[in-house]
Ligand binder design. Structure first.
Ligand code: IPM
Ligand code: MN
Length: 323
């Protein structure tokens, strides 16, 4: 049966890479019934719509969402990020952001499990006495036992299916309140997975290891903001952000798949954007939809052409030829 997919091409290079992603997935044999959603910075500029509640309700009946990139230079920062991307993550409770990387030496793949609904992204805080010499800005980090526990559990389950090694990344030496909650939860859940070897790194040290010793990692679990920063670094050290894919998961609901890269307005419309991260995100979507064989074929095909050059369409053609 065809999978029912909501497609949000978005802004800039987003629609270009998503078109090629869908073409490759279909060439691999996947069957989709797609519903297009015109959302993003350009739509907002046109008629003020960011994301309404009816659309979110429609999404709950889909099998998955496939998103290119959103954001455009003529919209102030935060409007689309909070109003569309974060609203989607929160409303659909996409509590795990699953981001795989190839180690810099090419030796293995490791995965960052980023908590995706809490931390500094929750929106706690505000401005007081704005615009006066006494103005105050606070931006709290919201960490719930439930929120960190479900991300940590997902990471342990993932580790069990892999090399049985899991690293918690945080900053427990300074963020003593949230760090304590994360660390205690991690250690308690660990007792249920005695086969999984665990480790802990402060986030600053983890940045060094990402570059110099990624060999030590298999699965990493971390909070929302550390995960945001670390996964850009992960992309940069593992062949560039052009290959970085991600899954925003609600294991009990509808999940969303997107490349880590942004809308890249500087190269939009020229047909030169690298579609490989979008294609790999599509492969993760296939895996999530129960099409593990197709997913593996698409990933292997992307791997065989990675490092090559070409236009957006040429690269996708190369992947199709390698299927
Ligand atoms: C990402 C992006 C988003 C984030 C932005 C666009 C809100 O950087 O998916 O990593 O910070 O989560
Ligand atoms: Mn990011």
């Amino acid at each position: 049966m065809a999978h029912k997919i909501g497609v949000i091409g978005g802004d800039g290079i987003g629609p270009e890479v998503i078109t090629e992603g869908l073409r490759v997935l279909r060439a691999a044999g996947a069957e989709f019934e797609t519903v297009d959603y015109d959302l993003g910075g350009q739509r907002y500029v046109r008629d003020g719509v960011i994301l309404d509640d009816e659309t979110i309700e429609e999404w709950r009946n889909l099998d998955a969402l496939y998103l290119g990139a959103v954001g455009s230079p003529d919209v102030p920062p935060g409007v689309i990020e909070r109003g569309l991307l974060l609203k989607m993550r929160f409303a659909l409770d996409l509590y795990v952001n699953h981001r795989p990387f190839t180690a810099p030496d090419g030796s293995h793949e490791f995965i960052v499990v980023r908590e995706n609904t809490e931390g500094t992204y929750a929106g706690e805080g505000g401005l007081l006495r704005a615009g006066t010499p006494h103005e105050i800005a606070t931006q709290g980090s919201v960490n719930t036992r439930m929120g960190c526990e479900r991300a940590i559990r997902y990471a342990f389950e993932l580790a069990m299916k892999r090399r049985k090694h899991l690293t918690l990344v945080h900053k427990t030496n300074v963020l003593t309140f949230s760090g304590d909650l994360w660390n205690r939860t991690f250690e308690e859940v660990a007792t249920e997975y005695p086969e999984v070897e665990t480790a802990y790194n402060h986030v600053d040290a983890a940045c060094i290891y990402f570059v110099e010793d990624a060999q030590r990692y298999d699965v990493i679990v971390t909070d929302n903001l550390f995960g945001d920063i670390l996964t850009d670094l992960g992309g940069a050290v593992s062949g560039g952000v052009g290959l970085a894919s991600s899954a925003n998961l609600n294991p009990d609901g509808v999940s969303m798949f997107e490349p880590v890269h942004g809308s890249a307005p500087d190269i939009a419309g020229q047909g030169i954007a690298n579609p490989l991260a979008a294609i790999l995100s599509g492969a993760m979507m296939l895996e999530h939809l129960g099409e593990a064989d197709l997913a593996a074929r698409v990933s292997a095909a992307v791997e065989s052409v990675a490092g090559g050059s070409g236009t957006t369409v040429e690269l996708a053609n190369k992947v199709i030829a390698a299927l």
